[in-house]
Design a protein around this ligand. Structure first.
Ligand SMILES: C[S@@+](CC[C@H](N)C(=O)[O-])C[C@H]1O[C@@H](n2cnc3c(N)ncnc32)[C@H](O)[C@@H]1O
Length: 230
């Protein structure tokens, strides 16, 4: 699985995605992403008529899916211009797509303005997640939910890295392992309830004799209670 090999000194996320963006497709493009997406979509509530945030949207994989599922308005944020430029336009009379340069720590959105937030495979790029979870909680409407995924911590126990190829070279990207205890505490601190958790293995069609059966991704669905203050 080329996404994870023992490789060189990792680049900071911004530098890595500046190099990677040109070849980063707006869809699941490796076995880990296919497993993550399959599990995340199984937890996604109906999006018809909803306002959906894709936080750290990258090249817009989940923006496209949200639009296909009938979202009224999708908002993609990312701290990399290069990645935002990779998001395809989605002309549609029924829905709107907005893209905003922003970090996960400071979302340029009003309180209680988002029905469903998705944050795919990005929190590992943050040294700390607490402020980003506070922002997700702040922008969700009461009764809304956030789907947050990450590379599974098991994959890093042996020192594996997230890697990519660019210009004939292999690069690695900085990644911080956030253990369950850290994620649960960050959610509880901002009154987000963990109401579903998935740890998918590779899809059967992506498994080989060399890929162990360990989980490759972790997906949380975090609910903001109906009675939460707006
Ligand atoms: C592995 S990509 C995932 C992209 C997309 N969410 C997906 O699942 O296809 C991680 C993305 O997180 C973005 N990112 C990393 N750190 C960020 C931060 N602090 N704030 C916002 N975006 C960030 C990167 O620029 C990159 O686009």
């Amino acid at each position: 699985m080329p996404f994870f090999r023992r490789k060189p000194r990792p680049l900071p996320s911004l530098d890595a995605y500046a190099r990677w963006a040109a070849t980063y497709p707006p869809e699941a493009h490796n076995a880990l992403m296919r497993a993550e997406e399959d599990a995340l979509l199984a937890l996604l509530p109906p999006l018809d008529g909803r306002i959906v945030l894709d936080a750290a949207c990258g090249s817009g994989r989940y923006l496209r899916i949200a639009l296909e599922r009938g979202a009224r308005c999708v908002i993609g944020t990312d701290n990399s211009w290069d990645m935002l430029h990779r998001v395809p336009a989605h002309p549609s009379a029924r829905s709107m797509q907005h893209l905003v340069l922003s970090t996960l720590d400071s979302l340029p959105l009003a309180d209680a303005s988002i029905d469903v937030a998705i944050c795919g495979l990005a929190i590992g790029h943050l040294p700390r997640i607490e402020q980003s979870f506070a922002e997700l909680a702040r922008v969700l409407v009461p009764g809304g939910c956030a789907l947050v995924s990450d590379v599974h911590p098991f994959l890093f126990l042996g020192g594996a890295q997230r890697t990519f190829e660019s210009g004939g070279r292999t690069y690695a990207v900085e990644h911080t392992v956030h253990l369950y205890s850290v994620i649960h505490a960050a959610a509880a601190a901002v009154n987000l309830q963990v109401d579903a958790l998935r740890e998918p293995r590779l899809l059967p069609e992506d498994r080989t004799d060399r890929t162990p059966g360990a989980p490759v991704a972790i997906i949380y669905r975090l609910a903001k209670a109906h009675g939460s203050p707006r």
